[in-house]
Design a protein around this ligand. Sequence first.
Ligand SMILES: [Zn+2]
Length: 304
Amino acid sequence: MPFLEDQLGVSAPESLRLSWLRPQDQPLADFAESSGLTVGRHGWSGSPLSIHELTHLVTGGMPVRFFTEGAAVAMEVLGDGRGPRYFSEEAFAYGSVDPRSTMTAIRSQEVQFATAAVFVTYLLVQHGPERFGEFYRRLGGPATMSWIAAQFRDAYGLELEEEIETFLQGVPECGDDSFPLLVAECTGPTIPWQSEGFWRFEGSMDCEDPEVVGGIEPGYAWPSSRAVTVEVPEGGTYFLYINETSDAWLRVGPCFGCPWEDEGIFLDDEVHGKAVQLAAGKHYVRIGSHSDLSPDVTVRLEKW
Ligand SMILES: [Zn+2]
């Protein structure tokens, strides 16, 4: 929760409730379509962990749904694996990524989620979370372009139309003052190095372990995950290794720098070790498995 507040420049209400419900237990018709819904301070999710609904609880929902959904999708970037944080050059060429096309939607279902997420990410990286939070708080008025543009001008001191035109020119370079929008995995505990040039993490993927997020329901086991972090002391080549179990996989990425340059480093069933280039600084290590399995996992990082 504090992580999401920091990323988005908002303060969460004191008391929130998030329920994991099976589809047949869902209370509202809208829920089935989206597998999640947040109304006021109560969120429902069809999966054991929903960063998306958690983000809705932290930010509160606004009548301008574009920014409510954009913030939620921007925060769940690792949720389904390898989603982009910016559109490809091809997507821009096809011209289907103009935020204005659904910015005034008053129903979430009408919002282009991917466009909203990339535009919110763009605003956060370019101008930081405080201004976004300032802007977001003002979105309680009518979902019209003139209202939204006026709030944007007040919060950012910029013209929304001009900012959208800049956004549409394609992936910008990060500057020194760009905000390094992080993934939630960066909040994982930092595991110290065992000795110079040798780092190791051993842990269980048992769903009973308090660090493991996942869940089992009748007939289905959800993917589970846990995350730790490592401070890489100096940039260079490292050998990344996961023990030979086919029941776990790995993603590693930086907790700093330019968010749209992080493509992640993956180890999965076929590849248990490989040489990787890492820059100095904190990295997340996200270990995935299935919730009905409980392999013991060893991850190693060795200076090449
Ligand atoms: Zn949503």
